[in-house]
Design a protein around this ligand. Structure first.
Ligand code: FE2
Length: 210
């Protein structure tokens, strides 16, 4: 399966896998209903904050730098524009569902937390699958090598060196070995050393989800 994923979109698939992984961590932690335990709660909140940050950055990057780039090639092709419209609409629907989880957490309402988590997770998983099925073929057919380079540059700039210290360990944790190897290959040699020797061990020590 990995072989069918292009070099341009491998990062997207690895990010999506990481988001699915955390959606499962979130659901399991909420199902346990033990957030009254202060230690569990702190670890849960750490997991949730990192998950939210990475999801929001991923969506912001696509909304700002990817969909508009694809649109420049599709001024008159309604069907394909519709796919991009759906991607943007789904991103917009996910945002308030995330806020609902936050509010339920803040008010310590465990029934509401359970319900809002189910809704958020369903919407997110459906969106990731939809994006892989319909938006990935569209981006692959529309974008040139130069476009992909420009997108990667914009993403690197938005993430920054500090952001990279969380981003790469986040997406590589528990990643499929072949996919992870392909992502590591995109990094410079000094970055790979930093990642393996400092960033990943440090990230692994953060207790998340409880
Ligand atoms: Fe998306």
């Amino acid at each position: 399966m990995t072989a069918s994923i292009s070099d341009e979109t491998i990062m997207l698939f690895v990010i999506h896998d990481a988001l699915r992984r955390d959606a499962t961590h979130l659901a399991r932690a909420v199902e346990r209903r033990d957030l009254d335990d202060p230690e569990r709660r702190v670890a849960f909140l750490r997991g949730w904050e990192i998950f939210k940050r990475q999801l929001q950055r991923h969506h912001e990057g696509q909304d700002r730098n990817l969909w508009p780039l694809i649109r420049t090639y599709l001024p008159a092709r309604d069907e394909e524009n519709a796919i991009l419209n759906e991607m943007e609409a789904e991103h917009e629907r996910i945002e308030p569902l995330m806020t609902a989880v936050d509010t339920a957490l803040r008010t310590s309402n465990s029934d509401w937390l359970a319900e809002s988590t189910v809704e958020f997770r369903q919407e997110l998983l459906a969106h990731l699958e939809h994006e892989e099925r319909e938006a990935v073929p569209l981006m692959e057919s529309a974008l040139t090598k130069q476009d992909w380079k420009a997108f990667a540059r914009a993403q690197r700039k938005a993430t920054g060196f500090k952001g990279a210290q969380e981003f790469f360990p986040y997406i590589l944790e528990e990643a499929d070995a072949d996919r992870a190897a392909r992502v590591r290959k995109t990094l410079s040699a000094p970055m790979r050393v930093l990642l393996g020797q400092i960033w990943e061990p440090r990230f692994a020590r953060i207790s998340r989800w409880g």
